[in-house]
Design a protein around this ligand. Structure first.
Ligand SMILES: C[S@@+](CC[C@H](N)C(=O)[O-])C[C@H]1O[C@@H](n2cnc3c(N)ncnc32)[C@H](O)[C@@H]1O
Length: 276
């Protein structure tokens, strides 16, 4: 059977949409329909099904296939040092203020970390900046819903094109060149990898986020764009609870928080402070 014979009916698309929306918050609009077909067709055929309905039935019953489907449906575009001003804010504005407080460990949660470029960029920035603050340290939790991306993040192996945004000094300090089978690839050094805990967390889960201690900074960049306004508000409420007073929330370049309801103050474009 070829891709062409597999069609996604309106009813099937609505069922799939509702399921994805309820489970992970991703709002598959009509414009995403062909993307869904192209991303899932191969898997539907591989499993020997002749329709998306059959596939969806399996997804609802089988935890592993549900995970596979979320891995295929999520968009994971990212890059090293994306939106550079966020890293500058942390090292030049946040750290000096933090250093004047009682706390000695900056706790950061990057909540949609994709394949790791974001947490590694944060870690590299902090490693460099903390040389001027010898008594400070940091803890970094990196999470995502997509287990394949988390696996890549944990491995920390990237192609040359993927590390293009990494400045030369950081490349030299934090990466090693692959050899043998890994020729042409670059691997994040273990000393940096060890600083990051990678974990699967669904931002839309019914359960509490598995984070015991409050954090000082949450990165949630370029994922709200896939969620409805209601879902964004629910997640914001939970972020608010997980942040220390005065903690920082960093969103993606086209994302924002409505400030009328209180609780947040805009400090710089896409950077918010928890106020009460
Ligand atoms: C476009 S990427 C953004 C990556 C990175 N934050 C950046 O700005 O470069 C969006 C990420 O959100 C993740 N995601 C989507 N829905 C999620 C959910 N319900 N919980 C956690 N992560 C989710 C996707 O798997 C994907 O890796």
């Amino acid at each position: 059977m070829t891709d062409r014979t597999l069609t996604l009916s309106n009813e099937e698309f609505q069922l799939l949409r509702q399921f994805v929306l309820r489970s992970i918050g991703v709002n598959l609009t009509e414009a995403k329909r062909s993307l869904v077909v192209s991303r899932l067709s191969k898997q539907v055929r591989k499993l020997g099904f002749s329709s998306f309905s059959e596939y969806l039935k399996l997804v609802k019953e089988d935890k592993q296939e549900k995970e596979n489907m979320f891995n295929m449906i999520t968009t994971n575009v990212t890059k090293f040092f994306r939106e550079q001003h966020h890293f500058e804010y942390i090292t030049k504005d946040f750290l000096p203020q933090f250093a004047a407080s009682q706390d000695k460990v900056v706790r950061i949660w990057t909540s949609a970390c994709s394949s790791g470029e974001e947490p590694y960029s944060i870690a590299m920035s902090l490693e460099k900046a903390l040389k001027s603050y010898r008594n400070l340290n940091y803890k970094l939790l990196a999470s995502d819903i997509n287990t394949e991306m988390l696996q890549k993040a944990k491995l920390g192996i990237y192609r040359r094109e993927e590390v293009e945004g990494v400045p030369y000094d950081e490349l030299k300090s934090f990466f090693k060149m692959g050899q043998g089978d890994n020729e042409g690839l670059l691997k994040v050094k273990e000393s940096l990898q060890k600083k990051i805990v990678f974990q699967r967390i669904n931002l839309v889960s019914d359960q509490q986020y598995p984070i015991k201690e409050k954090v000082h900074i949450i990165f949630c960049r370029n994922v709200f764009i896939y969620f409805s306004k209601d879902t964004q508000m629910q997640i914001l409420k939970r972020f608010h609870e997980h942040l220390h007073q005065g903690g920082i929330l960093i969103l993606g370049h086209s994302e924002s928080i409505p400030l009328s309801q209180g609780g947040w103050r805009l400090i710089q474009k896409t950077i918010y402070e928890k106020t009460d």
